[in-house]
Design a protein around this ligand. Sequence first.
Ligand code: AMP
Length: 215
Amino acid sequence: MSINILLGPPGSGKGTQAKRLVAKFPLTHLSTGDILRDAVSKETALGLAVKALMAEGKLVDDDTVNGLVFARLQDETQGVLFDGYPRTIHQAEALQQFMSSKGLSLGSVVLVEVPREVLEARVVGRRVCTGCGEIYHLATKPPKQDGVCDLCGSPLKHRSDDTAEAFRKRMDEFDSTFLPLLGFYQRQPGFHAVNGDQDPNSVFEQLQTLFQENA
Ligand code: AMP
């Protein structure tokens, strides 16, 4: 079973691309952000503990996130595609140790690069379906009917951490944790970077080629 990773700042399109990739390749999409948001919406003990932190755009602590991820990996039989994990060098090291102990291999690690000035507008205009998770943007990919998902008819919502203020906090978190993480993965043979500042279909084509080569 291989572990694949999409790296990139908030708003780089990791979530959108991950959804498309798992529809094409036999991989399970594991978004730690989605797992945590689900816990928040179900008001589990974990959700209640992380709700305020997440709304402010701060990171959840490494041990909590690693614990969630490793529990999911225990049940996995096919490869996985991480989106939003690892986020810190400690998470990357813990994942590597877990993988060695289970004999799991690293497949593709792809950095989705987008200039900073593009990211904030993407995030602030983003709306997410509360039913199927489809991602919209008020300017570049609006739903046919305001506030309603084209695919499943559920209401769309604006994530509490997709405000301009929380976005800036998330970028600060990203800046303080990303370079060591990038250094760690750049050394791996499956590492590549793609230009995420193009239309989503072109980004997907490049990702598809990389994942095919590494499959
Ligand atoms: P995302 O959907 O990936 O943008 O994540 C949304 C929020 O969930 C982040 O701002 C963090 O508060 C939390 N989160 C998601 N993944 C991680 C992670 N790997 N480590 C720490 N916090 C995370």
